[in-house]
Design a protein around this ligand. Structure first.
Ligand SMILES: *Cc1c(COP(=O)(O)O)cnc(C)c1O
Length: 481
């Protein structure tokens, strides 16, 4: 659209005296604010009629890209489409009108939802008990590591200061360990992309507090040596921590508790139907195996007879936050679990896995596939197969925008220079996936025939190629009229 009004700022559409709303008549007589509470000059606010405002914001929303517009194959994120029924449940007045300090007998239904979610997560993961207090995955990691530290200390074992973390791990793993005051020891990956058990053997001793693992890992690969790894870590007295960000393909298929993990977090905003990526709200429940429940932070919801109660004080002294965390996210997760049911929830993982492998197999002749084995819900290409064109992963990602697809996650994980991490999820139709494959192949061909076209993309978006460094370091966020 290139008429003169489109793309203007709301301030540029403003005219002095235009109104979209009239204040009701003052029925309360005159009141004069004290002088020190008044502005010295009028606030600079746009003055527009209602229709101009409606058009302005409707047009702005069209500049955005979201899952409601098109395919969004970001890796290491899991769910992109979150069924509307779960949003409706969380938005119900019965939940949104609650007050955190409301007497327990007036909100038994809400407490029941919370209690049942604690129990459902335990059943799904094979661990004993969960806290829903932490606000994000990283917050869960920190909570979990504090629980592990408290566990060792409660046994008088004060020399355990190390956390073993695979070189493929998400950056929050070493960050959480560091914030918890623990030392980070990196374990290598094999050429196959999974933890190198021989390298691990050499790192184990009685100073190891825990090993953190993601399974399937950040390359989308199942860590098939997991029973051996858990055995080795436990033999040296360490605990196994499961980063549950990739739980989606495991749902109902296998359980971290059965794989030998002692403590874990789940990202409800990745696996259990809460939109994410816009900065929250999220929820990172932490679960522990039998025998460690007393170390979980409070508050939690307990059941006494037929009554639900909030227990505010536990035996442990780890404290995450007041009240019960992001309750609305818990409602969405519970609604998702109930709406799928025990049988259907087992389909999420296999369908996500099928979709990812289908894309991988249909593109691997034109994109460089460094690890060829069967993947789980996501996989990684290392840029285009034909490196002679000079077209990078960044260029392909930008060109995808021209075709109405969001880019995948790029330059993560750090193991490959031109990483392009694709995760379609279980909710995409075959038609959408086929069209994505078609466009990815067209771009690979363009890279050969007309590399400049790809290197200078995007061409059809409201804003073309930006200088990423400048945009991050010196963003212009204010209107300078
Ligand atoms: C997203 C992610 C995290 C961090 O979770 P947040 O909820 O974003 O804090 C940790 N580990 C892995 C593997 C992830 O993908």
């Amino acid at each position: 659209m290139n008429n003169k009004l489109y793309g203007k700022l709301i301030f540029e559409l403003s005219h002095p005296g235009r109104k979209g709303y009239s204040m009701p008549e003052n029925k309360f007589g005159n009141y004069t604010l004290p002088a020190e509470m008044k502005r010295s000059k009028d606030a600079m606010l746009p003055e527009c009629d209602e229709l101009t405002v409606v058009r302005h914001y409707t047009n702005l929303s069209g500049n955005n890209f979201g899952v409601n517009n098109g395919f969004y194959p970001l890796g290491s994120c899991t769910m992109k489409y979150n069924p509307s029924i779960n949003e409706e449940m969380a938005a119900a007045d019965a939940f949104t009108a609650l007050h955190p300090q409301q007497p327990e007998n007036t909100c038994q239904g809400a407490l029941e939802v919370y209690y049942n979610l604690q129990k459902s997560l335990a059943a799904i993961t094979g661990l004993e008990e969960f806290t829903l207090n932490p606000f994000a995955g990283a917050h869960g990691e920190l909570t979990g590591l504090m629980i592990i530290r408290a566990w060792h200390e409660s046994r008088g074992d004060h020399k355990r200061v190390k956390v073993i973390i695979p070189d493929s791990a998400h950056g929050t793993n070493p960050a959480s360990a560091a914030v918890c005051g623990l030392e980070i020891v990196e374990v290598k990956s094999t050429a196959e992309g999974i933890v190198d058990v021989n390298d691990l053997r050499g790192l184990l001793d009685d100073t190891v507090a825990a090993m953190m693992m993601t399974n399937p890992n950040t390359l989308g690969l199942f860590e098939k040596e997991i029973p051996e790894i858990a055995k080795l870590v436990h033999e040296c007295g360490g605990l196994m921590y499961y980063d549950g960000a990739n739980l989606n393909p495991m749902l109902g298929v296998c359980r971290p508790g059965d794989m030998g993990f002692d403590v874990m977090h789940i990202n409800l905003h990745k696996t259990f139907s809460t939109p994410h990526g816009g900065g929250g709200p999220g929820c990172g429940p932490v679960g522990v195996r039998k025998g460690m429940e007393h170390l979980l932070p409070c508050p939690k919801v307990v059941k006494e007879g037929d009554t639900y109660k909030v227990q505010t004080q536990g035996e442990g002294d780890i404290h995450v936050g007041a009240y019960l965390g992001n309750f609305g996210v818990a409602v969405k997760a519970y609604s998702y679990i109930l709406s799928l049911g025990k049988e259907n929830i087992k389909m999420a993982g296999p369908l996500a896995t099928l979709n990812a492998n289908y894309i991988k197999e249909r593109l691997k002749d034109v994109y460089d596939l460094p690890i060829a084995s069967i993947c789980k819900h996501e996989f990684v290409f290392n840029g285009l197969k034909d490196k002679s064109t000079g077209v990078t992963t960044m260029d392909v990602a930008k060109r995808l925008l021209d075709y109405g697809f969001h880019a995948p996650t790029i330059y993560f994980p750090l193991l490959f220079h031109e990483a392009m991490m694709i995760e379609p999820t279980e909710t995409e139709s075959k038609e959408t996936i086929d069209e994505f494959i078609n466009i990815m192949r067209i771009i690979a061909q363009e890279a050969k025939d007309n590399p400049e076209l790809v290197k200078t993309a995007p061409h059809n978006t409201p804003i073309g190629r930006v200088d990423d460094v400048l945009a991050a370091k010196q963003p212009v966020l204010r209107y300078k009229g």
